[in-house]
Write a protein that binds this ligand. Structure first.
Ligand code: ADP
Ligand code: ADP
Length: 228
């Protein structure tokens, strides 16, 4: 069933730039969607509007099962991964991952137990006490993914998360992200300008290209094809 439905969604910034126009898109629960297109075509803007981090200036973003709308407050069951891991440098990996739970009022001991499990899920068991500066770029990104998933969100939004990493690290992270998704079946939207990455990861690719801000094509990737 539909998790989120976009109807005629548009965004015009105060500067006059029209970043997104007339986007109709229904995202099914559990699907892995890639949003593919060159820089400046409106991918981040669209993702931020879905997250509730920015408001749509046209159309509606509906959450059939939780009642959120485009003007609603940032939805609680969304995890967001940015290209920059944006970890707190003074806090351990464990404390970084536990933070969203602490903010939601979860008791420290339980928050830390769940954070340790989330770190294990991204291959970082044993790194609980490590500080961000001691971790490689790939490992910091893993911490960031653990932090986004620790609250068990229904929707994981990722904005070119691996673009700054070297190819090998990126390939490992792609594989591990797929394995995690196959295990946990959260709904995922992955923004990328890499055709390879979109085909490798996603069940469905939304291409934004020909005219900036619009969806140019939608591609179904071999569902059920054994990957990785
Ligand atoms: P992408 O993620 O595909 O690179 P963006 O959504 O970041 O695209 O940007 C789409 C268009 O909107 C670009 O022309 C960009 O310059 C413009 N834009 C993005 N953010 C803002 C902003 N905060 N204010 C004004 N224009 C913006
Ligand atoms: P990733 O692909 O996760 O970025 P790297 O290629 O940076 O990993 O590192 C390969 C392996 O080396 C990691 O999986 C980890 O086990 C180990 N490693 C990397 N950085 C550190 C560190 N600062 N301390 C201990 N082990 C590390």
């Amino acid at each position: 069933s539909a998790l989120v439905a976009l109807r005629g969604v548009g965004k015009r910034y105060a500067t006059g730039t029209v970043a997104v126009q007339g986007v109709d898109l229904t995202i099914a629960e559990g699907e892995f969607l890639a949003l593919l297109g060159p820089s400046g075509c409106g991918k981040s803007t669209l993702l931020r509007m879905i997250a509730g981090l920015d408001t749509a200036t046209a159309g509606t973003i509906g959450w059939p099962r939780s009642g959120h709308d485009a003007r609603g407050e940032p939805a609680r069951d969304i995890g967001f991964v940015f290209q920059e891991p944006t970890l707190m440098p003074w806090a351990s990996a464990l404390a970084n991952v536990a933070l969203p739970l602490s903010l939601a009022g979860v008791a420290t001991r339980e928050a830390e137990a769940r954070a340790a499990q989330a770190l294990g899920n991204v291959g970082l068991a044993g790194f609980e006490r490590a500080f961000p500066r001691a971790l490689s770029g790939g490992m910091k990104m893993r911490v960031s993914i653990a932090r986004a998933l620790v609250t068990r969100p229904r929707l994981l939004l990722m904005d070119e998360p691996f673009a700054a990493l070297d190819e090998i690290t990126r390939h490992r992270l792609n594989n591990d992200l797929l394995a995690l998704w196959e295990r946990e079946r959260f709904t995922a939207i992955f923004v990328t300008h890499s055709t390879f990455e979109s085909v490798y990861l996603a069940q469905r690719i939304i291409v934004m290209a020909a005219r900036p801000g619009r969806v140019a094509a939608e591609i179904a990737v071999n569902a059920g094809y054994p990957r990785g």
